[in-house]
Design a protein around this ligand. Structure first.
Ligand code: CU
Length: 231
């Protein structure tokens, strides 16, 4: 009985939690494959601008026959060559620049040491209308994002290429700036900060047009997340 009351409380809490930007919705469950860890985009992400690449991470090395394909509204996209990350536990494919609005499905084949190549997939959406809810800082050379009350403020912004963003920890607890996905943090590895103690700050200059999703790895359950459209 107590357990049910606890669960109902959790549901009530999540229903009235502070508003999160409209960047995620439920989508069909991804098809899991052995040794899959995470992906960027995350399954179910909604972006205002199409990301420039997709990344899929595993906890074992991948074989050369591994592959990624991406469709938008069912039509295949021409991707850049598949690249493998360090130790071949990640693979990435580049999308056409500004690939446009639509429903994207990423299918991947993850060849493993036992000779099998299990296939999985995940989905995300691009809807340029949600950019209206992002704070527009285009033309500014420097921007400060505060880390306050376990949130990035502002959480969703648009900036120009070459803008330097400074994150300032204005909270009483440690925070991080981490590239999505969690826990691999490798869609944009250079973005990752060290621990930011209260009062400390960290800067990064964005030089690739895309929409970059990031989070604080100390506060994943609290959804301390942010998005930066670079154009
Ligand atoms: Cu944090």
């Amino acid at each position: 009985m107590k357990r049910w009351i606890f669960l109902l409380g959790l549901i009530a809490l999540s229903a009235c939690a502070s508003p999160v930007p409209p960047t995620h919705q439920a989508m069909p469950e991804k098809i899991g494959v052995p040794h899959f860890v995470d992906s960027a985009p995350n399954n179910g992400d909604i972006f205002a601008v199409a990301p420039i690449r997709v990344v899929v991470n595993f906890d074992v090395a991948l074989g050369d026959a591994s592959a990624i394909t991406v469709t938008r509204d069912g039509a295949p996209l021409a991707l850049g060559a598949l690249t493998f990350g360090l130790h071949k536990i990640s693979m990435a494919a580049t999308l056409p620049r500004d690939a446009g609005d639509g429903a994207y499905v990423v299918k991947f084949k993850a060849c493993q040491a036992d000779g099998t190549c299990p296939e999985g997939q995940f989905a995300f959406k691009v809807d340029s209308k949600i950019k209206n809810s992002y704070a527009d800082f285009t033309g500014n050379r420097t921007i400060t994002i505060r880390m306050k009350d376990i949130k990035f403020v502002p959480a969703t912004i648009v900036v120009s290429v070459g803008t330097t963003i400074t994150w300032l920890n204005d909270d009483a607890v440690d925070h991080f700036v981490n590239s999505d996905p969690h826990p691999s943090h490798n869609a944009l590895p250079a973005l990752n900060s060290f621990t930011l103690k209260p009062g400390e700050q960290y800067s990064f200059t964005f030089d690739q047009p895309s929409e970059w999703a990031y989070h604080c790895s100390a506060h994943v359950p609290a959804k301390m997340v942010g998005r930066i459209v670079v154009k």
